[in-house]
Design a protein around this ligand. Sequence first.
Ligand SMILES: Cc1cc2nc3c(=O)[nH]c(=O)nc-3n(C[C@H](O)[C@H](O)[C@H](O)COP(=O)(O)O)c2cc1C
Length: 172
Amino acid sequence: MKVLIGYASGYGSTKSYAEIVGEELRGAGHEVDVVDAREAGELEGYDHVIIGGSLRAGNWLGHARKLAKRALKAGKANSVFICCMAATSDEGRRQLDEQTLPKLRSKLPELAWDQAGLFPGMRNMDQYGFPIRGIMRKMAEKAGDENPEEPKDYRDFELARRWARELAGKLA
Ligand SMILES: Cc1cc2nc3c(=O)[nH]c(=O)nc-3n(C[C@H](O)[C@H](O)[C@H](O)COP(=O)(O)O)c2cc1C
């Protein structure tokens, strides 16, 4: 199958997951293009579109939503994944299930949210400006992090590989 993976990533976490998912799907014999969601061209030639985006204040980054709408309009089968800090803890995952996913689903009900990959992200403290550093510090404090000022990398590539392998089987 010919698969497009379009990612929406502010600081690189979602992009790195998109590349890993692409690697696994290629390994399973699929033809895969991995692109920034803003640069995705014509969708016509693809059998399946995967949209990956990180969370900002409980919402998917805008260009993930834009690509998703294009994929739905073009009638493409789809898969989705989310990269976020909520996926780093049990309490965060509960919040994803009870609040974030229902909200995303209400906006774009035709997306495959039931099988969404939920991948833990990074706290890129050294890359944020002043207001965002404050938001991220508060988020870390709330999650009980002992060093909320420090950058932290929670990415779990094995989780993403497992998700991609399962998907690859379904695409066969
Ligand atoms: C301004 C801002 C708001 C965020 N809001 C959320 C949020 O509501 N929920 C969450 O779980 N993570 C949130 N995050 C964490 C990001 O999703 C996480 O850092 C992710 O790794 C970013 O991925 P990216 O580099 O691909 O954009 C936020 C990050 C920033 C910078």
